[in-house]
Design a protein around this ligand. Structure first.
Ligand code: SF4
Ligand code: SF4
Length: 208
């Protein structure tokens, strides 16, 4: 989904400490167990209330991470990402496809136009709009044309835009450069919200 990179501040007012240690042997073992946990059905009304209640605090937390990333941040994030996807069921949500738009690369446009038996120009005219400010191509409408609203499934799942397949980019590196992305997405994406909640439970700020 369309984002622009923020410049990272150099100032360090806090020392951050990961309060949980993770090792991947343990993670593999626990995955055998967590596959039996029932995934959370997303209630978007409750989610919106949670964002209203906790969103500002979560954004402040992400700013601190952005300014002073703790050691082991990526390892921790990989672990938390795996936990999040054991809990959140995207098929009960699809809020990203309903409220946001992906950006499409040239290859995305060629692949999808070809699938629809259209030229790229025809595909652009019928489905896309060009954002002059961000200089990228986006879907014209939300919910996305390709979302089946009865099932919450993507009708072009196998050839969907790269931005869709990577969303919500929870473990993308360099991680501090993605904190502003998570700040935006946590208001729309319950998986991002849960990821940031888990980060807040796992990372402690210590005044330097
Ligand atoms: S292309 Fe598919 S995955 Fe991407 S926004 Fe549309 S419905 Fe969602
Ligand atoms: S990626 Fe986030 S917003 Fe999209 S369906 Fe999954 S939980 Fe919902």
């Amino acid at each position: 989904m369309s984002q622009t990179m923020n410049h990272r501040a150099n100032t360090r007012h806090y020392q951050l400490v990961c309060t949980q240690e993770y090792n991947f042997q343990k993670t593999t073992a626990s995955q055998d167990y967590t596959q039996y946990i029932r995934r959370m059905q997303v209630d978007l009304k409750k989610f919106k209330k949670s964002v209203e209640k906790k969103g500002k605090k979560m954004k402040r937390f992400l700013t601190k991470i952005e300014q002073a990333p703790p050691k082991g941040l990526h390892t921790l994030s990989v672990h938390l990402d795996a936990e999040v996807w054991q809990e959140v069921d995207c098929l009960s949500c699809a809020n990203c496809c309903k409220k946001m738009t992906p950006t499409l690369t040239g290859k995305d446009k060629e692949r999808i136009a070809d699938y629809l038996n259209l030229t790229v120009a025809e595909f652009e005219t019928s489905f896309l709009e060009y954002d002059k400010k961000e200089k990228d191509w986006r879907m014209q409408k939300q919910p996305c044309y390709f979302l089946d609203l009865d099932t919450n499934k993507c009708r072009i799942y196998a050839i969907r835009p790269k931005d869709c397949s990577g969303f919500p980019h929870l473990t993308k590196k360099p991680m501090p450069d993605y904190m502003h992305v998570h700040k935006q997405n946590l208001a729309y994406c319950p998986a991002t919200f849960r990821f940031v909640e888990k980060m807040m439970e796992s990372i402690e700020f210590v005044k330097a």
